[in-house]
Design a protein around this ligand. Structure first.
Ligand SMILES: [Zn+2]
Length: 309
């Protein structure tokens, strides 16, 4: 007699329990798969969040990991944030054109000064804030390209001057009201202002370690003279040029700016004049410019006649 198969002797209730156990096992497996998938999907998000550079509080202690060598730390940072620029390069930075790139971009709204003078008395371009190096810097900086005269003609600055807007405004007014009158007395008109130096981050008189010059604050300009419509150059310190003109310009300039340095001031201003708007206690002004007598007014020894022995 054939042996009955095992299925034949398993009761139906047992089959149902086995089936239930099988489905319970399947459910747990699915649950495990779903949790695993969700965990894997969330992990990169956490990783991304952790990788974001955090803004470092001013008083935060140094965060460079002590166990990493500088090269390894730099390499890790480079992978994370891109190329590393050593701080020494910033510290040694001295090119103002490069430094200005570090500062924020142009102000969103024009300043009151900009609105007051742009396209009215001056052709100016708004520049980014000047920030460093050191104590150098200025806000509301413009490139002064030309002065717009009352008859709408233009007096150019060569090269254009980098000045804070308030200084550019005074320079434009000086040209329009003062120099124009002086040049009219010569029977000519101004065509161009010779800009010898404007913004320049340096110590006074280019002496390293000296107090920062007003040039480093974009608050000063050096000028040699002006080109006239008749083709002549009116040098402010040129003893060959009309004494009365130079003396008038000195008086006007010292009334317009708070600092004026020229020949006889400190030995650094024999070929040009320096003007700035430095603010001093008590409103003190500095006007040091000796207008030297014209060369032909100084008695010279008579030339020896050629036929003389
Ligand atoms: Zn100067």
């Amino acid at each position: 007699m054939p042996r009955p198969s095992s299925t034949n002797i398993i009761p139906m209730g047992a089959i149902t329990r086995v089936r239930r156990l099988f489905f319970q096992h399947l459910f747990v497996q699915h649950l495990f798969v779903v949790v695993t998938v969700l965990t894997c999907a969330a992990a990169p998000a956490f990783a991304r969040e952790k990788a974001l550079p955090k803004s470092k509080p001013a008083a935060a202690p140094p965060t460079a990991p002590a166990q990493l060598s500088p090269a390894a730390a730099a390499s890790a940072t480079e992978r994370k944030h891109g190329p590393v620029v050593p701080m020494e390069e910033f510290a040694a930075e001295s090119d103002p054109s490069t430094t200005s790139r570090v500062a924020d971009s142009k102000p969103e709204e024009p300043s009151a000064c900009y609105t007051r003078i742009a396209d009215r008395i001056a052709v100016i371009q708004s520049l980014a804030e000047l920030a460093g190096p050191g104590d150098c810097g200025a806000t509301d900086v413009v490139k002064l390209e030309a002065v717009i005269m009352p008859d709408k003609s233009r007096v150019t600055l060569t090269p254009p001057a980098t000045l804070r807007c308030t200084m550019a405004e005074v320079v434009a007014t000086w040209v329009r009201e003062d120099l124009t009158a002086s040049v009219a007395a010569l029977g000519s008109a101004i065509r161009n202002l010779d800009n010898y130096a404007s913004y320049d981050c340096r110590g006074r008189n280019r002496i390293a370690g000296a107090k920062i010059s007003e040039h480093g604050m974009a608050n000063a300009i050096d000028v040699r003279g002006i080109h006239l419509a008749n083709g002549k150059f009116a040098g402010f310190t040129d003893r060959n040029f009309a004494f009365d003109f130079r003396e008038t310009v000195r008086k006007q300039t010292c009334a317009r700016f708070t600092t004026v340095l020229g020949p006889g001031s400190d030995g650094h201003h024999e070929t040009h004049i320096h003007v700035d708007l430095a603010e001093r206690r008590g409103g003190y002004r500095l006007c040091q410019w000796n207008v030297l007598a014209a060369v032909d007014e100084v008695p010279l020894p008579r030339p020896r006649p050629q036929e003389a022995p």
